[in-house]
Ligand binder design. Sequence first.
Ligand SMILES: C[S@@+](CC[C@H](N)C(=O)[O-])C[C@H]1O[C@@H](n2cnc3c(N)ncnc32)[C@H](O)[C@@H]1O
Length: 206
Amino acid sequence: MAKFFNDNAVYFSKAPIKDPTSYEDTVSRIRSHLTPTSTVLEVGGGTVTVALKLASSCTEILCTDIAENMIRIAEERAAAASVRNCKFQVADAANPPEGQFDVVLSLNVINVCEYPSAVMRVLRSRLKPGGIIVSKIHFAPNNWWQRFTLPVKQLLGKMPPIVHFLDFPLLVELHEKTGFDVIDQVEYKTTPHCLVIARKKEDSDV
Ligand SMILES: C[S@@+](CC[C@H](N)C(=O)[O-])C[C@H]1O[C@@H](n2cnc3c(N)ncnc32)[C@H](O)[C@@H]1O
């Protein structure tokens, strides 16, 4: 899994933001849940474009990613931007650093994790009581063609080895089934993707 993202780290880091309006909306929705004392864990942060934007709105962001090349570029970017409260660690979202955070960010990563429900549960365990998770995914509305061509693209190294075809309702359901109350949700129709913000439910037996 890490190989695909290590091999493509430079490509990802140079890819332009496809839909700047939606991107800014996502950043501002996340920021509305941050306070100057917030601690944030990001999983699958990639080259941390979002974390760098949020860093001034919280105490610290621990940026993690399974791919060390992503983390290396992320560290360089943070240094170039003089952002000092982003820390970096190579880690699988299925086994994130120990700790209790106010906010967990999982942006465009849960659908490439092998066991999304298990990852959601472990991320829930890293949240303080009342903590917030923010999840985003891109999806193809009529995905029969993507499903059909995926194995070929994977064989050619053009797509990650694991891709789950989640969509907006499935992402909401994933949160509800793994011990969260959804408090905000939005579908961005331009480049189809969606954002779910959910609060950790206490005493949830999931
Ligand atoms: C599509 S990129 C998204 C990057 C960033 N979150 C964003 O939204 O721009 C997916 C990222 O998830 C990372 N990733 C994939 N599987 C992972 C896993 N099991 N644990 C942690 N990170 C993972 C990849 O290395 C990559 O950086």
